[in-house]
Write a protein that binds this ligand. Structure first.
Ligand code: SRM
Ligand code: SF4
Length: 512
């Protein structure tokens, strides 16, 4: 018996409950759950299976759920944006929302009894939260300026949408892909700057020319976990930028992962562990078989030749006379009113659309040049600046202790306070990207940042205190590479002084 077969024999508790009842099954029970109330719902349904529908029980705020949507390519219409505001509105002070590091939206304060109606609201405007958590494919990311960027290579919008539709059965739920060994991430990059940092996904499509034809090189196996972090490696496959190829190869890889992925140890279940186990050649052969045709070998080089842009500020589009405007949403946090305001701005000035970025910011596209001046006088731009100070501009943060029970530290507020304090104290010549993550799960991607901070605990003066491990050297865009942990256990209290010194020593900052 091979070790793969052996590991498939034994089952961890997640595999057991999935085998007993598929996560998607709770979709049919939502009305019933709404009637009996969350306290009476079976514990596994409540705490685990509901995540298959994007509904997250939060032990930190029992009874107030988080709803994780799917926002393919980070695009929302103004109507959808307004609907999200309407959903949140009923929860008053309990309500809030976040733009996630996967170009997506999470709503908070949601009551289980309202879910049937909320799902109808989402459905009516073409949104879904289906399969957005647990052992499913997460929100699929694509260039946030797809279709706007004059230098873009491939417009990813339809491709991302079609891959999502295949995986989720157009948002209705697809039992073919609801029992993967573990979570799974897909990114489709169409620009020259790798704006979605494709290399940290289980499947990444990156633009590449083969024999003069533009298509995608396929990378596989990128992931972060508390035990191991890896950048994706080349599958040695090039595909044309067609729906058939991108959807087909995504499906083939998912089928191989579903049927052959390791399931015994959840710490060793992500795709890269399977590739390690059977070897890249064998994995590629299995993918070809599932795809039903041979794959062409990879193009020699991909076309990621730009440094990453953050899209903040005013940028001319490829459409003459139009610009997109990137607004800085500090640590991605949105209120109910923000949704209404963003929807209005998109309608009055733009093309009734907003875009989200993996830096947790918002872009409003299609603003006529002659409307920009008035647009800039809108009060919302005081809150969401188009010209923020350098650290505030690029700080990214995961949810942290406010709502996440894995967190070892509070993240968002601290991240923002420290960025603002250091922005006030220092002249910082170039942008410095600081990413905060509340625990080793790395949702805030500290490994892609110039300075990454990962929550931990440390001893200070004999007492356990909130602290962070320090990561440095992450590079995104051209020649992307993951940063490494360079220092452990810096008490949060000491962090402003430590960061100040690093900014002066390594990033050319000077006191104001
Ligand atoms: Fe994450 C689990 C939040 C992006 C790696 N992540 C969680 C949970 C669901 C844990 C929980 O049940 O409380 C967090 C929900 C907290 C909450 O209430 O918001 C959570 N992850 C997030 C978000 C919201 C962080 C953010 O503030 O932006 C991001 C949601 C993305 C989305 O829209 O779907 C988020 N998580 C990521 C990323 C970044 C990415 O995808 O680029 C990673 C690392 C990349 C990766 O997965 O390869 C990430 N999250 C994890 C892991 C570790 C996975 C592993 O293989 O071990 C966990 C824990 C787990 O799955 O067991 C986790
Ligand atoms: Fe929660 Fe940890 Fe993910 Fe932050 S990194 S959202 S603390 S699981």
């Amino acid at each position: 018996m091979t070790s793969t077969e052996k590991s498939e024999k034994s089952q961890n508790k997640f595999e057991k409950f999935k085998a007993e009842k598929d996560g998607l099954a709770v979709k049919e029970e939502l009305e019933h759950f709404a009637q009996i109330g969350w306290e009476a719902v079976d514990k596994t349904d409540l705490e685990q299976r509901l995540k298959w529908l994007g509904i997250f029980y939060r032990p930190v705020t029992p009874g107030k759920f988080m709803l994780r949507l799917r926002t393919p390519n980070g695009i929302l219409t103004s109507e959808q944006t307004r609907t999200l505001g309407e959903i949140l509105q009923r929860y008053g002070d309990d309500s809030s929302a976040d733009i996630t590091t996967r170009q997506n939206i999470q709503l908070r304060g949601i009551r289980l009894e309202d879910i049937p109606e909320i799902f109808s609201q989402l459905h009516a405007t073409g949104m879904t939260s289906m399969q957005s958590g647990m052992d499913n494919v997460r929100n699929i990311t694509g260039s946030p300026v797809a279709g706007l960027d004059g230098e873009e290579l491939i417009d990813t919008r339809q491709l991302v949408k079609k891959v999502q539709d295949m995986i989720t059965n157009s948002g209705e739920g697809n039992p073919e892909f609801t029992n993967l060994p573990r979570k799974f991430n897909i990114a489709i990059e169409g620009g020259r700057d790798n704006s979605v940092h494709a290399e940290i996904n289980d499947i990444a499509f990156v633009p590449a020319y083969k024999e003069g034809e533009l298509g995608f090189n396929v990378l596989v196996g990128g992931f972060f976990s508390s035990k191991r972090c890896e950048a994706a490696i080349p599958l040695n496959a090039w595909i044309p930028p067609t729906e058939e190829a991108v959807v087909g190869v995504s499906r083939a890889i998912l089928e191989v992962y579903r049927d052959r992925g390791l399931r015994a140890n959840r710490q060793k279940s992500r795709l890269m562990w399977l590739i390690d186990e059977i070897g890249l050649e064998e994995f590629r052969t299995l993918v070809e078989t599932a795809f039903g045709q041979p794959l062409k070998s990879a193009a020699a080089e991909d076309v990621i030749d730009w440094d990453k842009r953050d899209h903040i500020g005013i940028h001319p589009q490829k459409q003459a006379g139009k610009s997109f405007v990137g607004m800085n949403i500090p640590v991605g946090r949105l209120s109910t009113d923000d949704f209404f305001d963003l929807a209005r701005l998109a309608e009055v000035y733009g093309g009734s659309e907003i875009r989200l970025t993996v830096e947790q910011n918002v872009i409003i596209p299609h603003i006529d040049h002659d409307k920009i001046e008035t647009f800039l006088t809108e009060p919302l731009l005081e809150k969401f600046s188009i010209n923020p100070d350098p650290l505030t501009r690029s700080v990214v943060s995961c949810t942290g202790a406010q709502f996440c029970n894995f967190a070892l530290v509070e993240t968002k507020q601290q991240a923002l306070n420290i960025a603002q304090k250091l922005d006030a104290e220092l002249n910082i010549p170039n942008g410095v990207r600081i990413h905060w993550t509340g625990c080793p799960n790395s949702c805030g991607q500290p490994q892609v940042a110039d300075i990454g901070l990962m929550g931990t605990k440390a001893r200070k003066n004999g007492e356990m205190v909130e602290a962070v491990d320090l990561f440095m050297g992450g590079k995104v865009g051209k020649d992307a590479k993951l940063g490494n942990r360079v220092q452990k256990g810096i008490p949060c209290e000491d962090l402003p002084a430590v960061l100040r010194q690093i900014l002066m020593d390594q990033f050319g900052a000077t006191p104001k």
